[in-house]
Design a protein around this ligand. Sequence first.
Ligand code: G3P
Ligand code: MG
Length: 240
Amino acid sequence: MIINYAHRGASGYFPENTMLAFKKALHLNATGLETDIQITSDGVLVILHDELVNRTTNGHGFVKDYTYTELRKLDAGSWFRKDYKNLKIPSLEELLEFVKDKNIQLNLELKNNIVLYNNIEEKVIDMIYKYNMENNIIISSFNHYCLKKCKEISKAIPIGALYKAGLYEPEKYAKHLDADALHPYFYAIKNSSIIKKIKASGIKINTYTVNEENHMKFFIDNHVNGIITNYPDKLSKLLS
Ligand code: G3P
Ligand code: MG
């Protein structure tokens, strides 16, 4: 069964990476949630795509310079639509609390590229075990040193290597990294023979961000393991 990952929640319809976007994603038949992790100045794991709060809140500056209490005062919804002004930036714990009793796959993307957060790997893995989510999770990142560190901390937690452009023999690279999955931008693997080779080597494929039906169809027909989309309802229709 292909996992239908809602990218930052149902971000095509609701403000990305808010609890509303995650809850609605499940109503729209997502079977997985993809989200992005950053850390506040006082060490709290929070959910936000950008290192800066500027684009998706009424605040300014870096997440790393806000305490969690300060961050919670920001409005994370109005930028999308005025009546969403009461939405907050969630903590990772809030999301885990919400998904822990549900049969949902979680893809936690560690945003450890622009700001190098201290011990983000240990912190996230501790939290995964605290909520017994180790069997329903995959950690991904564009920072593959960060992924390798995750694997060294816990071999049991799957890791997926994010990349944007056409890697040569990505399955070999995945093995070298000890990765369980590749998370390519969809144009980097929109080629049946590349997909076949990756799959034959036992490496999984979760591709992002697939929003158009013709692209969705291609990846369904080519049996990838997961599709990350802003529109889980569209994908769900094609999957059923
Ligand atoms: O994890 C897939 C995708 O979210 C990676 O890119 O920038 O949307 O976090 P980005
Ligand atoms: Mg992401």
